[in-house]
Design a protein around this ligand. Sequence first.
Ligand SMILES: Cc1cc2nc3c(=O)[nH]c(=O)nc-3n(C[C@H](O)[C@H](O)[C@H](O)COP(=O)(O)OP(=O)(O)OC[C@H]3O[C@@H](n4cnc5c(N)ncnc54)[C@H](O)[C@@H]3O)c2cc1C
Length: 217
Amino acid sequence: MASPNTFTLITFTITTIILSLTSTSCSQPSFYQCINQNSDFPVAPSNFYAPNVNKTSFTSLLNSTAQNLRCLVPSIPKPQLIFTPLTESHVQAAVICAKQQKIHIRIRSGGHDYEGLSYISVSDEPFIIVDLSRLRSITVDIQDNSAWVQAGATIGELYYRIWQKSKTHGFPAGLCTSLGIGGHITGGGYGPMMRKYGLAADCRIYRCRNNEKYSRN
Ligand SMILES: Cc1cc2nc3c(=O)[nH]c(=O)nc-3n(C[C@H](O)[C@H](O)[C@H](O)COP(=O)(O)OP(=O)(O)OC[C@H]3O[C@@H](n4cnc5c(N)ncnc54)[C@H](O)[C@@H]3O)c2cc1C
């Protein structure tokens, strides 16, 4: 059987964003307004979840990917808002607006962080979650041995899209198919092909900015 070719990857629609800012509070209407003022594409109110606006959906989304239930107990500080961007422009706007409104951000891709770093805070400082779960497009180019993957896609989705295009290609990453690309690759990403092909993060990673490609290694 032919050895799987490793894929060069990947586009991250966002990189690390944990801002150290003076704390304040963030209301759903003001954040919504700010996002629409600062992004190229309009976003609907339904992309914002807040405990005082749509509590059931907020709680359901907040808890949806948690792997460590200790992070969900009532005493753990909860975000003031969850925003689910639909485009990279929304993500950029979220950073601008969080900075303007002086509130911390947590970035969540697959939400599989056992420490809860993507959805809880260890301090009482108010924070919001930018949840990338709706940014999950995957484009596989077999000729080029490459794939463009948005950070909210899971590694299972990536494996599946590669398998659809080729039975002899693969990408060396983790075992659990619901891991998010964003948190998994930034954390290294080891799996069954590690000995031969290394970590997911060892593969060439591109990020996309202003329609240009930047190679990181
Ligand atoms: C059931 C299970 C099985 C696992 N199996 C494996 C395995 O086989 N191999 C392996 O290597 N690891 C494994 N892990 C560990 C997993 O890879 C890490 O927890 C990883 O960080 C999860 O990524 P995520 O996007 O799902 O998590 P998230 O909770 O969304 O993110 C994790 C961290 O990365 C940050 N982050 C998320 N998205 C971005 C982004 N786009 N840009 C910058 N930072 C970002 C978050 O803020 C957070 O700090 C496993 C974990 C679980 C729970």
